[in-house]
Design a protein. Structure first.
Length: 367
């Protein structure tokens, strides 16, 4: 059922454990164009790697509202991809740096797919819900949560307005429309309009507006821990005050893969062999095969690395390499856990090195 439902879209639901925030990637399979919803600053490298690995062109990052519990990754993603930044136009001049000032009934297209914008204020003045063009999926931010709703006690929140946003602009969607919220604190990933209309304890069942407003006014919740940092940063679309981009490493063009591994391209390593230490983690019998070894490389088999990593100097970056870049990826994990500050995996391993016709030594030649 789920495969059939998502067959028209490339869809990924991502999670930030620190703020319990969901980030959503939606892509058009034919054009490879995509949008992100509610990115997180600290997860930028993960989200960028996913785009690159899926070979998607990012057209826009969309924020459902000006968040108070985390900083958006929108500015970082625009710096990396050239995408546009979308947020509610109702925030007016208080938000700087946005390209798309969105409001009710606007449309955000990516390839043959699109999202309808529904203004759903109440948690904040500028809350938006994004609905897929087939009305099968709705991304509700902090407006409607799974068996809950967003709070209404700061950033011009209003319980009565939130009640009408949910009942008039979300509960009017088909019962089977999937609800994907901005957060969940109990491990739940999605719900449906029908479920929330029937079972949401704040406004489901036969409750009315007075019931909802009374419920919300009695919550007395503490303010989010990050509000003093997050709101000002999000009014700049996530741009740091110093304007600097975070990078995985300062010593070379290291990238973080979606799996979380730090990788570097063979060409750069070949040009900087005197500045790095190449550690081959293949078994001894593999070093004499036809693929060869990288000149100047050292050797510690992966299964011995935990016991022998103290043999390695820490004054140069360590580039781990194996046959195809898989075992060496685990070697970088072991070395980072051991406290090595400059580590990367040779992307593609010796197979990629050989395909690029980079220098090797074979057999008993001196490395």
């Amino acid at each position: 059922m789920r495969q059939q439902l998502f067959s028209h879209l490339i869809f990924r639901q991502l999670f930030d454990a620190n703020s319990s925030t969901y980030t959503y990637l939606l892509g058009d399979p034919q054009s490879r164009r995509a949008v992100y919803i509610d990115t997180v600053f600290e997860r930028h490298l993960r989200d960028l790697a996913l785009l690159q690995e899926l070979e998607l062109e990012l057209l826009a990052t969309l924020d459902t509202h000006c968040h108070a519990d985390h900083v958006t990754g929108a500015w970082l993603m625009r710096q990396a991809t050239g995408c546009r930044i979308g947020i509610s136009g109702r925030y007016g001049d208080s938000v700087v740096g946005a390209d798309l000032r969105l409001d009710n009934q606007d449309c955000v297209s990516f390839g043959k797919s699109s999202l309808e914008v529904r203004a759903t204020p109440g948690h904040t003045d500028g809350c938006l819900t994004f609905v897929t063009d087939d009305r099968r999926m709705a991304f509700t931010g902090d407006c409607l949560l799974i068996r809950g709703t967003g709070r209404c006690d700061f950033q011009q929140g209003n319980a009565s307005r939130l009640y009408h946003s949910i009942t008039d602009r979300i509960f009017t969607l088909p019962d089977e429309c999937l609800i994907f919220p901005g957060h969940d604190y109990s491990g739940r990933t999605m719900s449906t309009v029908g479920e929330e209309r029937a079972h949401n304890p704040r406004l489901g069942g036969k409750g009315n507006e007075r019931d909802f407003v009374g419920f919300m006014e009695s919550l007395n919740l503490p303010h989010p821990k990050q509000i003093a940092v997050a709101v000002p940063a999000n009014l700049r679309c996530g741009e740091p005050q110093d304007g600097k981009l975070p990078v995985p490493a300062l010593w070379g063009p290291v990238r973080q893969s979606y799996a979380g591994l730090l990788e570097i391209d063979p060409e750069w390593v070949a040009e900087h062999l005197q500045e790095v230490f190449v550690l081959d983690v293949r078994q001894p019998d593999e070093l004499a095969d036809g693929v060869g070894r990288i000149p100047g490389s050292g050797s510690i088999p992966l299964n011995e690395l935990k016991a022998r990593h103290a043999e390695l100097a820490r004054d140069r970056p360590v580039i781990a390499v194996c046959h195809a870049g898989m075992r060496s990826g685990q070697a970088t994990v072991i070395l980072r856990e051991a406290g090595f500050p400059q580590v990367a995996n040779l992307k593609g391993g010796m197979l990629a090195w050989q395909e690029m016709e980079l220098p090797v030594v074979r057999g008993h030649e001196v490395a």
